[in-house]
Design a protein around this ligand. Structure first.
Ligand SMILES: Cc1cc2nc3c(=O)[nH]c(=O)nc-3n(C[C@H](O)[C@H](O)[C@H](O)COP(=O)(O)O)c2cc1C
Length: 193
């Protein structure tokens, strides 16, 4: 049967609160391995992946991130009992080629959707304090922290809503702190010629 990738992608939102249940190591391996296999410019395979799931290390990483910049910290930042249970840190060479950021985008998307196919939610974290992170984790010589993917079993819902005419694209939460994510209409964003 054809897998319903469209449905899988629609559910694959950013999740910011998680159940405190470890993601099995073989699932983390499959997530990182999918990224390793994806297309990349000139097939250079310049990126490296640090898969972090030991509870001590995961705990140390928490101060490195800014969660949900559109929401007050007490709403958007997971409490200790809601934090991700794993992270994948993407590293790029200090002298990365011009397409390394595109490679990273492809890798992130591959990891997020592979995770979601196992019911594991994720959040891309671009707002990273790289100094604190490199104190917490040994970054191999010649590499910089590019971006981070937080992972865990979601403890909230997130739903796409059509963006209003007031042009506000900010995501928001309801009284249960479930997320609503406005997306522009197909008519506005896609042109068929
Ligand atoms: C490049 C990039 C960087 C992001 N950085 C952060 C971040 O630092 N903190 C955060 O909470 N969310 C971050 N996000 C998640 C976005 O806020 C989220 O994708 C957006 O609000 C749309 O929600 P959705 O992913 O559910 O569609 C990032 C997403 C991308 C693609």
């Amino acid at each position: 049967m054809k897998p319903d990738l469209h449905k899988l992608y629609i559910g694959c939102r950013s999740y910011r609160r998680f159940r405190q249940e470890s993601v099995p190591q073989e699932v983390l391996q499959e997530i990182a391995d999918t990224a390793r296999m994806r297309s990349c410019a000139l097939n250079r395979q310049a990126l490296r992946y640090l898969v972090i799931s030991s509870p001590d290390m995961v705990k140390k990483l928490h101060p490195c991130f800014r969660w949900a910049a559109k929401l007050p910290k007490e709403i958007g930042t997971p409490t200790e009992a809601q934090r991700p249970t794993a992270y994948i840190v993407l590293l790029k060479p200090e002298k990365a080629h011009a397409f390394a950021d595109i490679d990273a985008g492809i890798a992130l998307d591959a990891m997020a959707i592979t995770a979601w196919s196992h019911g594991v939610g994720s959040c891309i974290l671009g707002s990273v304090n790289r100094k604190i992170l490199s104190e917490a984790v040994k970054i191999p010589a010649g590499f910089d922290v590019q971006i981070v993917l937080a992972l865990g079993y979601p403890d909230h819902k997130s739903t796409i809503v059509e963006a209003g005419t007031d042009d506000s694209l900010s995501y928001y939460v309801d009284e249960h702190r479930d997320y609503y994510v406005p997306k522009k209409s197909a008519a506005e964003t896609i042109t068929y010629l």
